[in-house]
Design a protein around this ligand. Structure first.
Ligand SMILES: Cc1cc2nc3c(=O)[nH]c(=O)nc-3n(C[C@H](O)[C@H](O)[C@H](O)COP(=O)(O)OP(=O)(O)OC[C@H]3O[C@@H](n4cnc5c(N)ncnc54)[C@H](O)[C@@H]3O)c2cc1C
Length: 442
C-alpha cells in the first residue's frame, strides 16, 4: 500500500494535457510551483475534447460528455476556470420507447433515496411487476458494500437480485452501459453499484445530469490561459518518448528535467513511455500492461428540420442508448452508443443507417426530415474496461519505491469509473502531494 508523501518541488513536469494533467498543472501553477505541461496534440483536453469538422464547418465534441451533480472534483475544476455556468442541468430524464411513448423520471419531494420513487412508479415503459422487481433490487443495492462485489459482474448481481431479461433490457442496460461503458454481463458490479449509491439513490442534486452547452474545447482555452497566467509553461504538439522520475525525453530529442514528474498519460502510453529500469522496480506498471479498452461511438446528425424537442432522451431497448439535442430547435442531434465494440468495424454509412433507425423508431414524426449530414466519431480507446479484477490493476498515485513518478489519470486508483470526475480527482490528488518549497513539511 503506497503512502502519501509530501514532496518538495520547485519544478514539476506534467505529462499529458487531458483533464487529469490540466487539473494537476492548474493547481500546481496557481500555488506558485513552476510547471511544464507536455501534450502531444496541439490542444488540451485528451479524450474529452473537440475537433474542427470541415464538412459541417463547426467545432464538434468527440462525443457528448455528461457529468452528474455528485462529480465534485470535475465541477470544482469548471468553477476554477469560470465556466460552470456553461452547464445545463437536466433534473428530468426522458425515456422514449419505440413508437414515441415517453416517460419522464424526475425527483419528487421525498427524501433520498425515495426522491425518485413517485415518478418511477408512474413510468409507462415498465410493467407493475417489473417496477416491483427493480424497486426491490434498488433498495438492496443501496445497502451493499460495493467492494465486496468487485469480483462478480453486475449481470451476476442482477441475477442474485432476481432481475429478469425484460427489466434488464429496458432499465438496467441503458443506465449501466452508458455509465460504465461495458455491458452488465462484462462490467464489475463495483462501479455499477457506485452509480446507484453515489448518484441515483443519493438525492436529487447528486443525480441530476449536467450537459455542457459549449464545445468542450472552449473550456481548455480557459485552462491554457489560466496555467500560463500563473507562470506555467505549455509545450503543445510534442510527444513524450520516455520518462522517469525526474526527466522526460520528447520525440524531438529534447530532454526536460525537473524535481518531479506527474505522468498523466493514458495507461497504454504511460506503460509504453516509462523507462525500462523504472518499470522493473516500480510494480505499479505491471498492472498497466494488463488493462484493456472499451470503445464509444458518437454520431453528430444534422437535419433540415426539428426531429427531437426534448433536451435528451434515453432510447428504451435500442442499441443507441442516448440522444442529445444540440441546438435550440432540435435539428442537430448527437447520438451515443457506449460499449460499441460491434460498431467499430462498420462503415460510416452503415452506422448512420442503424442510428437513424433507432431515432426514427422512437421519434416516428422525424420520418419526413432530411438528414443533411452525419458525422460518426469512433473512439476505440474511450475508457478502460472495468471488468471484475480490474480494481487490483489500478495503480496508486505514489509508489513506496523511491525515485518514481507520480501517476494521474482516470485509470489510477480514484474510486471512480473512467470519467472526467475520476480524471479530475486524480489530477487534484497528484498536485496535492506537492508543497511549495518554503512551506514544505519534512
Ligand atoms: C467518446 C467518449 C465519451 C465519454 N463520455 C464521458 C461522459 O459522458 N462523462 C464522463 O465523465 N466521462 C466520459 N468519458 C471519459 C472521459 O473522457 C475520460 O475519463 C477522461 O477525459 C480521461 O482524462 P485523462 O486526463 O485521465 O486522460 P486523457 O484524456 O487520455 O489524457 C491524456 C493526454 O495525454 C496525451 N498524450 C498521449 N500520449 C502522449 C505522449 N506520448 N506525449 C504527450 N502527451 C500524450 C493525450 O493526447 C491526452 O491529451 C468519455 C470518453 C470518451 C472517449
Amino acid at each position: 500500500m503506497a503512502t502519501r508523501r509530501s514532496k518538495h518541488a520547485r519544478r514539476v513536469l506534467v505529462l499529458g494535457g487531458g483533464i487529469a494533467g490540466i487539473a494537476a498543472a492548474l493547481d500546481l501553477s496557481q500555488r506558485g510551483i513552476a510547471v511544464t505541461l507536455v501534450e502531444s496534440r496541439e490542444r488540451l483536453g485528451g479524450r474529452a475534447s473537440s475537433f474542427f469538422d470541415a464538412k459541417s464547418g463547426l467545432w464538434l465534441d468527440n462525443c457528448q460528455h455528461v457529468t452528474l451533480g455528485c462529480c465534485s472534483a470535475y465541477l470544482g475544476l469548471l468553477s476554477r476556470l469560470g465556466v460552470e455556468r456553461a452547464i445545463r442541468w437536466d433534473d428530468e430524464q426522458y425515456w422514449v420507447e419505440a413508437g414515441g411513448r415517453t416517460t419522464v423520471l424526475r425527483p419528487g419531494r421525498l427524501p433520498a433515496p425515495m426522491h425518485g420513487l413517485p415518478s418511477f412508479l408512474r413510468a409507462r415503459f415498465l410493467t407493475v411487476a417489473e417496477k416491483a422487481r427493480i424497486a426491490g433490487a434498488l433498495a438492496q443495492m443501496g445497502l451493499l458494500r460495493r467492494f465486496d462485489h468487485e469480483a462478480q459482474t453486475f449481470g451476476q448481481l442482477l441475477d442474485d437480485l432476481g432481475q429478469r431479461d425484460s427489466e434488464r433490457r429496458k432499465f438496467w442496460d441503458p443506465i449501466i452501459i452508458s455509465a460504465c461503458n461495458l455491458h452488465p454481463d462484462r462490467v464489475s458490479a463495483l462501479p455499477a453499484i457506485q452509480v446507484f449509491q453515489d448518484a441515483f439513490l443519493a438525492g436529487a442534486r447528486a443525480s441530476r445530469m449536467g450537459v455542457l452547452m459549449v464545445p468542450l474545447g472552449s473550456i481548455y482555452e480557459r485552462a491554457r490561459e489560466a496555467i500560463r497566467n500563473a507562470g506555467g509553461r505549455l509545450i503543445l504538439g510534442e510527444s513524450v518518448a520516455r520518462f522517469g522520475a525526474r526527466v522526460a525525453t520528447l520525440a524531438s530529442g529534447q530532454t526536460l528535467d525537473a524535481d518531479a514528474v506527474i505522468c498523466a498519460l493514458p495507461f497504454e502510453k504511460a506503460f509504453l513511455c516509462a523507462e525500462d529500469e523504472l518499470k522493473r522496480r516500480d510494480e505499479r506498471f505491471a498492472g498497466l500492461a494488463r488493462m484493456k479498452h472499451s470503445p464509444i461511438l458518437g454520431v453528430h446528425l444534422f437535419f433540415d428540420r426539428p426531429v427531437m424537442r426534448l433536451p435528451h432522451s434515453v432510447l428504451v431497448g435500442r442499441e443507441t442508448q442516448w440522444l442529445f439535442r444540440k441546438d435550440p430547435e432540435g435539428k442537430v442531434i448527437h447520438a451515443v452508443v457506449s460499449a460499441a465494440d460491434g460498431w467499430m468495424p462498420l462503415e460510416p454509412e452503415e452506422i448512420t443507417r442503424r442510428v437513424l433507425g433507432d431515432l426514427l423508431a422512437c421519434f416516428p414524426q422525424a420520418a419526413s426530415a432530411e438528414l443533411r449530414l452525419s458525422r460518426p466519431v469512433k473512439e476505440r480507446r474511450a475508457s478502460f474496461a472495468y471488468t471484475p479484477g480490474f480494481e487490483a490493476l489500478r495503480p496508486a498515485s505514489v509508489s513506496e519505491e523511491a525515485d518514481t513518478p507520480v501517476l494521474a489519470g482516470d485509470y489510477t486508483s480514484t474510486g471512480w469509473p473512467a470519467t472526467m470526475e475520476g480524471a479530475a480527482r486524480s489530477g487534484c490528488s497528484a498536485a496535492a502531494l506537492f508543497r511549495r518549497p518554503e512551506r514544505a513539511l519534512v
